[in-house]
Every structure is written in structure tokens, then in C-alpha cells.
Design a protein around this ligand. Structure first.
Ligand SMILES: [Zn+2]
Length: 200
């Protein structure tokens, strides 16, 4: 025969465990509510400004910037360069035929992959450790979905000529804590090889 006191202790434990689980679930739902989902328009506007929320930084690998970088496309014929002073074109343009594989510069999480940023056509933004965001625009096709984890050098898209573009090319930007950095400078001027980033 079952001991009545033991039975009630087991029941109390069960209720306590269930209560904790419900509390944890409520916390995680509340946390998710504060941040937009990856791939949403709101996520795009946050990432475009380069202000990465702490939670996203954690998910992307923590507070330290990436250790090694990969230039996104082998075709190195750079069109328009980085003109931070004028504030007009804070990115580099790499010309390449439509359909050229685009590799992600560093490990991270795809934060956005859609066409809702005016002029950029199909655009992808990836969140990296250290609060870095890389942006790849005028793409032909996406090869990774929002929320997906990508490793450095993974093909995330195919380059194209979508949006306001005068010819097939990749518009490539790197934003760190709201500040656009010159990707060529960060790569120490060596886009031909994987390299450790120049820190700012
Ligand atoms: Zn451009």
C-alpha cells in the first residue's frame, strides 16, 4: 500500500516543477516580445542602424568581434569605394556577374533577408559577435534564411543586380556599434586572403 505522506510530497514536487517551467516559459516569451523576430521589417531597421541588442550579440557569439574575416566575393574589381567623409557611400562595391556566390564575412546569424530597404533590392544582413553587422545588397537569390546560423565563408546568397543598381555588383557594408567601417581597411587591405580583423 502507498504511503499517503510520500504521495503528497511527490505531488508537491510535481506542482513545483510545473510552476517553475511555466515561469521560465513566461520569461522567455516576455524576452522575445521585446525584440522583433529575425527577418522582420523591425529587425531590418535595427540592424541597418547597426545597434545590435545585447541578446542578439550573445546569440551571435558574444562581445568579442570575429577573430578571422573572409572577403565575400573573389571578383575583386572594386567599383565605388568607401567614402565615410562624404557620408554618401559607406560600403564597397564589388563587381561580378549575376549568380556569383556571396560568402559571409564572419560567423553569425542571418538577421534579415528580404527586399524592404529602399534601393537595396534583395538585401541580407548578418549579426556577428562584437555587435558587428554585415550587409549584402542587390542580391539575385538568398541561400540562407533569417535566424539561421552561418559559418565564416558559407555561401549565403548569389550576387545580382536588384534594386537601384547600375550593373551587376555586390554592395557590401560593415557596421560596428552604429559606425560604418571600411571593410577593406578592416581586412588590412588583403581581400585575397582570410585575415584577422584590424580592431578599432
Ligand atoms: Zn554600393
Amino acid at each position: 500500500m502507498r504511503h499517503p505522506r510520500l504521495f503528497s510530497v511527490a505531488n508537491a514536487l510535481r506542482i513545483a516543477v510545473l510552476g517553475t517551467a511555466i515561469a521560465l516559459l513566461a520569461t522567455s516569451v516576455a524576452g522575445a516580445d521585446n525584440l522583433p523576430e529575425f527577418g522582420s521589417r523591425r529587425a531590418a531597421s535595427i540592424l541597418f542602424k547597426g545597434r545590435v541588442p545585447d541578446r542578439w550579440m550573445e546569440l551571435a557569439g558574444g562581445k568579442n568581434p570575429p577573430k578571422y574575416l573572409q572577403w565575400p566575393m573573389p571578383g575583386r574589381r572594386l567599383g565605388r569605394g568607401f567614402h565615410a567623409r562624404e557620408g554618401t557611400h559607406q560600403a564597397v562595391d564589388i563587381t561580378a556577374p549575376i549568380g556569383t556566390p556571396v560568402k559571409v564575412m564572419a560567423p553569425g546569424i542571418v538577421g534579415y533577408a528580404n527586399d524592404e530597404l529602399k534601393g537595396f533590392g534583395n538585401v541580407m544582413m548578418v549579426v556577428h559577435a562584437g555587435g558587428w553587422v554585415t550587409l549584402y545588397a542587390h542580391l539575385d537569390k538568398f541561400r540562407a534564411k533569417p535566424g539561421a546560423w552561418v559559418r565564416r565563408g558559407d555561401v549565403i546568397a548569389l550576387s545580382g543586380n536588384t534594386g537601384l543598381s547600375r550593373g551587376p555588383h555586390l554592395h557590401f557594408a560593415l557596421i560596428s556599434h552604429g559606425v560604418p567601417l571600411d571593410p577593406m581597411l578592416v581586412m588590412r587591405g588583403h581581400p585575397e586572403k582570410t585575415t584577422a580583423p584590424l580592431q578599432f
